[in-house]
Design a protein around this ligand. Structure first.
Ligand code: URA
Length: 237
């Protein structure tokens, strides 16, 4: 017997957290009856419906690493018919992005149908480092760098900076290229971080998620993660 939300997440249709929301919203049925309690346990024989559709059990887990181009949305579908990260992956299984990158941000994003891993990587208690390169307006002075390193408060919460360095400065254009490693996944967090220091981000790219690097992946290219890499991601918990 396993918890209902775990079984739903493992079927690949959504994350465990979203599955919990669906259960609480009364959108989940077990053997035809609505179940809206999170503690419910189910067996392999139980038929589970989410939003009227029966979920498939024991779907093979797939893991992809995409180098997202600019102008692509980090979701499964878009009402405005803009290209999504899922459009880039040639697969038969229903996958979704782990966390998100802004429409105009490029770089690494993981896509999977493994709700368990998606949950682990996005949960704030698991400190998964993510490295970004940002082109920012102007030049950071010593005081601003110190503030950045000691943790700038954004929307009431400090952003922990694991690593920061200035890669380059363009004196003519008055821009800097900086590299920053943070643990969080809050929306627009890197842009907010530099904006709060008075240096708006003009371009942003994620070059690393934990130990996964862009490597040979060109913009729009992807690869499957190896079993070893998946195990290593699980060990970040
Ligand atoms: N921080 C941002 O501001 N944007 C992203 O896409 C990712 C992190």
């Amino acid at each position: 017997m396993e918890r209902l939300q775990k079984v739903i997440a493992e079927s690949g249709i959504t994350s465990r957290r979203k599955a919990e929301e669906l259960i609480l919203a009364g959108k989940v049925r077990v053997n035809g009856a609505i179940v809206n309690e999170l503690g419910t346990k189910v067996s392999g024989q139980d038929i589970i419906e989410v939003d009227g559709a029966i979920i498939e059990r024991d779907v093979a887990k797939k893991y992809y690493l995409l180098n997202k181009p600019r102008g692509v949305i980090s979701s499964v579908s878009d009402d405005k018919k803009r290209p999504t990260v899922v459009d880039y992956i040639d697969t038969d299984v229903r996958i979704y992005p782990v966390g998100r990158l802004d429409y105009d941000t490029t770089g690494l994003i993981i896509l999977t149908n493994d709700g368990e891993l998606a949950n682990l990587l996005t949960h704030p208690t698991n400190q998964v480092p993510k490295t970004y390169i940002a082109k920012i307006e102007g030049f950071l002075n010593k005081d601003e760098i110190d503030r950045l390193r000691s943790g700038v408060r954004i929307d009431g919460r400090k952003v922990l900076v694991d690593h920061f360095k200035i890669r380059d400065k363009n004196l003519e254009k008055k821009t800097s290229l900086v590299e920053v490693t943070i643990f969080e996944g809050r929306n627009h967090i890197v842009k907010k971080l530099f904006e709060s220091l008075g240096h708006p981000v003009k371009r942003l790219s994620r070059i690393k998620i934990a130990f996964l690097e862009v490597g040979k992946l060109k913009s729009g290219e992807y690869r499957e993660l190896t079993i070893k890499e998946v195990k290593k991601l699980y060990s970040l918990k």
